[in-house]
Design a protein around this ligand. Structure first.
Ligand code: APR
Length: 184
């Protein structure tokens, strides 16, 4: 663990999201919910076919047109250490008609709300949209930290929100650009 905020409720770490031992890990999915590369590919590879089957059922029964950007859905974790996966679709930089910030914040807010609805107490996020979706890491740090702090200020059930970066450099960029008000 590299850094913590909000009296330890938020922690920053470097690692692989698929190996996090929390109640739910968040997937940086696309609207098809049928897998992809990056985080999405890693989670489906490590989690196994059960996750994909549940995603297909969610598409069939609730989102035939695909999961809208900013929304979140939950499946089991399959073979993952985490019992649940929360799938959310991040904004593609420059392709959301100027709604990038609002949609990225919605990914974090809606994922946390879903965790609370399922009585979970620990959630791990990758850095949503900062890979294939080309969201600048510095800007994403400001948006994600503000959304997380706003949510946790109003909620007292979530005990741990872990921000998992794949590279130390990404974690450092986050540390330099986050907007958390309360210290460690
Ligand atoms: N664990 C933690 N972080 C990871 C991992 C991993 N195993 N793999 C990649 N990352 C980091 C990347 O370095 C990046 O900073 O997660 C961040 C998000 O990158 P992407 O996975 O590319 O996600 P995103 O930018 O939201 O693009 C989503 O890519 O994989 C496809 O199906 C996915 O179409 C969707 C798009």
């Amino acid at each position: 663990m590299i850094e913590s905020f909000l009296r330890g409720r938020v922690t920053v770490t470097v690692g692989d999201i698929t190996q996090q031992r929390v109640d739910a890990i968040v997937n940086a999915a696309n609207s098809t919910l049928l897998g992809g590369g990056g985080v999405d590919g890693a989670i489906h590879r490590a989690g196994g076919s059960q996750i994909l089957e549940e995603c297909r059922e969610i598409r069939r029964s609730r989102f035939p047109e695909g999961l809208p950007t900013g929304e979140a859905v939950i499946t089991s974790g399959g073979n993952l250490p985490a019992p649940y996966v929360i799938h959310t679709v991040g904004p593609i930089r420059g392709a959301e008609g100027g709604r990038d910030v609002e949609l990225l914040a919605a990914c974090y807010w809606n994922s946390l709300a879903l965790a609370v609805q399922h009585n979970l107490s620990s959630v791990a996020f990758p850095s949503i949209s900062t890979g294939a979706y080309r969201y600048p890491r510095e800007e994403a740090a400001a948006v994600s930290s503000k959304a997380i702090e706003d949510f946790l200020t109003a909620d007292n059930t979530l005990k741990q929100v872990r921000l998992v970066f794949y590279q130390m450099g990404d974690a450092r960029l986050f540390s330099e650009n986050h907007k958390f008000r309360n210290g460690a």
